[in-house]
Design a binder for this molecule. Structure first.
Ligand code: OAA
Ligand code: MG
Length: 497
């Protein structure tokens, strides 16, 4: 199979071959994915899954996942009962409104829950039959798709407001009624307004986790904790500047502030003061407070208004620059050079996905900083040669976190997610970076060890859940790492007896 897949020139052809294999021989699909994770992750996941979503209608062969549309209002529970598997442990759900940094892809966003759940199994060891990908179809505002003859979803503008809220509420209630309280619901690639509202609304009644807000935050915090080994000092010594103040930007900012306040005993408000965000209107400052969306308000510090990123870098003098804008090529030569003139080792993270939306490439980060940048990106980049030295960029992608995080919740029967579990996941991931990784300038371990890493993350998350009294699987297993490993699905063929 690997030989066959390597024959294809185009990543999308490889993606389609893997999709066919997943349908035809699921066990072999997972065996391949686990044994060739570094090679196949970019095929079944970011960046190729982005292209697959964009072309979903025209590469469509057989349906994957469960679609729930506005037309099913009032009978969502019946629709759930159509799914052939009964014992579901994880649901990844999207409404397709903000697929990666590619915008509204409507129903074609289904590629994302399918891809994320493939990783739940391959990277986190959750049984494939316990995973349920769901796309909620409330229409799309993407004009091109509405006119596309191969579009598979409802041909109407997105439902919003009460109509949207009612459908989501029926969905959330039906899931809990059908699968119980311990099913994990991962929100994925919702637009900002809905993402924050859904997380706040259901965080107290359901086991929910927003990957773009919380998963991304946890992986970035892990990288920053690890980076302290390269630059010395602590997180509280840094000044952070974000380009992009949506789910990822504000989610990461908040988790950094939480970690700093725990480390230093400072208040959260105090810890936030060294963190600055730029959105499409410029630096977020107090004079803009009235007109800001609620999730941006905590970041409106005292400062004169600044319109663009270059001026913000020069005024704020950040040690860490993080791109979460969903807009590619925004870390220009000028921006990277400013970072390099301000810092001996500037930390630059270009997190937007897929590769086309990355704020800068690995090559740009290393050459424009004369090889001094500590760089990681959301989508993978190949190693870069610069002045005779090889620089290996890390991949700061939530794929490091959510499979192990979810496994930790499931195996301990945890009923609610708590921020301290995200911090525990970050610390567990950071602890997996070895001296050998640091010597290459990496702040993340390679994906080749991901199942072991996931087991450690799961163990720390579960330990925190027990400590907080949120775990229901009793008694607590003695060795949580061993227990996590024993829970993990392996795609082995059984012998006949
Ligand atoms: O899917 C990925 O690669 C990371 C992610 O959650 C996003 O970009 O929305
Ligand atoms: Mg996402």
């Amino acid at each position: 199979m690997m030989h066959n897949i390597r024959q294809y020139q185009l990543p999308l052809q490889k993606y389609m071959a893997m999709t066919d294999l997943q349908e035809m021989n699921e066990r072999l699909f997972y065996k391949l994915l686990i044994e060739n994770v570094e090679e196949l992750l970019p095929v079944v996941y970011t960046p190729t899954v982005g292209e697959a979503c964009q072309k979903y209608g025209s590469i469509f062969r057989r349906p994957q996942g469960l679609f729930i549309s506005l037309k099913e209002k009032g009978k969502i529970l019946e629709v759930l009962k159509n799914w052939p598997q009964r014992n579901i442990q994880v649901i990844v759900v999207t409404d397709g409104e903000r697929i990666l940094g590619l915008g509204d892809l409507g129903c074609q966003g289904m590629g994302i829950p399918v891809g994320k759940l493939s990783l739940y199994t391959a990277l986190g060891g959750v049984r494939p039959s316990a995973c349920l990908p769901i796309t909620i179809d409330v229409g799309t505002n993407n004009e091109k798709l509405l006119e596309d003859e191969f579009y598979i979803g409802l041909r109407q503008k997105r439902a919003t407001g009460q109509e949207y809220a009612e459908l989501m509420h029926e969905f959330m209630s039906a899931v809990k009624q059908h699968y119980g309280e311990k099913v994990l619901i991962q929100f994925e690639d919702f637009a900002n307004h809905n993402a924050f509202d859904l997380l706040a609304k259901y965080g107290t009644t359901h086991l929910v986790f927003n990957d773009d807000i919380q998963g991304t935050a946890s992986v970035v915090l892990a990288g920053l904790i690890a980076a302290q080994k390269l630059v010395g000092g602590t997180l509280a010594d840094h000044r952070f500047l974000f380009l992009g103040a949506g789910e990822a930007g504000t989610g990461i900012a908040e988790l950094i502030a939480l970690e700093i306040s725990k480390q230093t005993n400072a208040s959260l408000e105090e810890a936030r003061k060294n963190i600055w965000l730029v959105d499409s209107k410029g630096l977020i400052v107090s004079s803009r407070k009235e007109s800001l969306q609620h999730f941006k308000k905590p970041w409106a510090h005292e400062h004169e208004p600044i319109r663009n990123l270059t001026d913000a870098v020069n005024a704020i003098k950040p040690t860490v620059l993080i791109g979460t804008s969903g807009v590619g090529r925004t870390f220009t030569k000028e921006v990277v050079k400013s970072m390099a003139s301000l810092n001996e080792r500037p930390i630059i993270l270009s997190l937007s996905n897929p590769t086309s939306q990355s704020e800068c490439t690995a090559e740009e980060a290393y050459t424009w900083s004369q090889g001094r940048a500590i760089f990681a990106s959301g989508s993978p980049f190949a190693p870069v040669q610069y002045e005779g030295k090889v620089f290996v960029p890390g991949q700061a992608n939530n794929a490091y976190i959510f499979p192990g995080f979810g496994l930790g919740l499931i195996m301990s029967g945890t009923v609610r997610v708590h921020d301290d579990m995200l911090l525990a996941a970050s610390e567990a991931l950071a602890a997996q970076v070895t001296r050998e990784n640091f010597d290459k300038g990496l702040i993340y371990p390679p994906f080749s060890n991901i199942r072991k890493i996931s087991a450690h993350i799961a163990a720390e998350v579960a330990a925190k859940a027990y400590e907080l009294g949120l775990a229901t699987r009793l008694p607590q297993p003695e060795n949580l790492v061993k227990y996590a490993e024993s829970c993990m699905y392996s795609p082995a063929y059984r012998n006949y007896r």
